[in-house]
Design a protein around this ligand. Sequence first.
Ligand code: PMP
Length: 372
Amino acid sequence: MIYFDNAATTLVDESVLKSFEDALKLYFANPSSLHHEGLKALEMENKARKLIAKCFNDENFDVIFTSGATEANNLAIKGIAYRYKKNGKHLITSKIEHPSVREVFHHLEQEGFTVSYLDVDEHGHYKLDELEKLLNDDTILVSLMLVNNETGAVQDLKKVREILKKYPKVKFHSDVTQAYGKIDFDYSILDLISFSGHKIHSFKQSGALLKKKNILIEPEILGGGQQDNLRSGTNDVPREIALAKAVRLAKENQKDNYEHALSLKKHLVAGLKDIEGVEVNSGDDDSPFIVSVYVPKKGSVVAESLSNKGIYVSTKSACSSKKEMSSYVLEAYGKNDKIAQNSIRISFDRENTLSEVDEFLRVLKQILIEIK
Ligand code: PMP
């Protein structure tokens, strides 16, 4: 098998699994229990929090464990909107966010908030001059992702932070799910950060929201008051320990993994030039881990044919309606329907090799000839 779908999920790292298994036995107690075993589990949980905050360049981040980036995005966006609505009801996001951000904003619009969706240029970069025009005294939140999950476009969030300096009321959230452990970035400039464990070789249903200590949010899940009342439910300490380990390893290995992915991407892009009709949507400066490619046949059929040969990539889900088949991200780039509907995503990981890329290119070329 050739697994080029690492932006969808990654294989759990052996050492992360080992930490989890050990912790299941050693720290099985409920960290809210006041007895010795409970306190032992709580101590490990707080260690995991500290390690995660440190890896995100700022020990002042509070770490709220969640079931993944979807929940973290919901908690951040609704949490800020509800907490600070007395200060203003205008929110800003972009046209290329992941559905777990996009849908939350659609929901908030129905509740009476005003949402502006920032445009991107033909490279998928936020139009920052437009951002300056959108900001006003009613704005309380800006939520902009760091790396796009379909194309790998990397955003200049440092510049966004500079623009926001004139608006101290605005909280700055970013979904960094496809960025953490992949690209260099100073996360300490953000107020709130969402990320997911299963994109960095930990488990599904694991992730966290990081937030600066001075920022308040309304909780989504109510109950026993765990995690400072911000996310009730008994904490899964072994899962948290596994997440912290994956976060540490991702940071330690980032440089090597980046270089490796870059060599794979360059090899892929060079090889694709020899295949007629194919166009690379991703740019040279995008994250090397994600490459979006237009294929001159039905995208879903190409992905299925690749799958039949043991090569796994992503496309938009095989929905029946034409619109649903289309990528709203590529549409926001200004790509035509043909490209927005027939692009596939190749996403790399440290385990992938140049010879896998060669095999992919060979099979893709063959498939494009065979498909009517
Ligand atoms: N944001 C981005 C950018 C993603 O790529 C994903 C995963 N597809 C998510 C959020 C959702 O993450 P999770 O599966 O942990 O809920």
